[in-house]
Write a protein that binds this ligand. Structure first.
Ligand SMILES: [Fe+2]
Length: 206
């Protein structure tokens, strides 16, 4: 069997990029309809600059084999829609028992996690924070700072992403808004619809 060639990628923390990536994608404001609670503020922001980059991702994917690893870098701009901080779309892994590691590089933000049954957890991230996202947790990152929020990530190569689990629930249970002693606070999402017992069981099956 031919072995995969060992590889190194160079991280540019200031730019939030990585050399040697095999793939990249970029999310602009106009790509993120339906994510934010204040639809009027979102429409105004798109009107003012729908091309504004909210976040971009560069990754290295050696293969899709179950024993392999994908790794990469994510950079998120600072900003708000209304009082709600910029965030990633968020997902659960399509193979839901696959975990992920995030390693903070620059800026500050949150890893927002929700179990299929609707329990919420928040990990505060800054440079040198490692966050372990265990299997079965829906996850999304949020930039609560005033500068780029940059993280390295790695997850099993056969994980995949299911974005629909958040959309079907009307979002995550909480939104991250300006305010509170830390400058951010969790606020209940009025659009949230808890998953049915059947929907939870479908996610949790091995
Ligand atoms: Fe993930």
């Amino acid at each position: 069997m031919a072995l995969f060639e060992p590889t190194a990628c160079q991280v540019d923390v200031a730019a939030g990029t990585m050399s040697g990536a095999t793939g990249t994608y970029r999310k602009r404001l106009a790509d993120l309809a339906g994510l934010y609670g204040d639809e009027g503020a979102f429409a105004a922001a798109v009107q003012a600059g729908g091309n504004t980059i909210v976040y971009d991702v560069a990754d290295f994917r050696p293969s899709a084999r179950s024993g392999d690893l994908i790794f990469g870098i994510t950079r998120m701009s600072a900003g708000c829609i209304g009082e709600e901080y910029y965030m990633t779309r968020g997902h659960i892994h399509a193979v839901a028992d696959r975990p992920e590691i995030y390693y903070g590089q620059a800026g500050q933000g949150l890893m927002l996690m929700e179990s299929p049954e609707g329990e919420m957890r928040v990990i505060e991230m800054r440079a040198q924070t490692i966050c372990y996202v265990p299997p079965f947790w829906i996850h999304r990152s949020v930039n609560t700072g005033t500068a780029d929020f940059v993280m390295i990530f790695s997850y099993p190569a056969d994980s995949g992403q299911d974005y629909g689990i958040i959309e079907r629930a009307g979002g995550m249970r909480h939104r991250v808004m300006q305010g509170g002693p830390k400058g951010w606070q969790l606020v209940g999402n009025k659009d949230y619809r808890p998953r049915s017992t059947e929907a939870v069981a479908a996610v949790m099956q091995p």
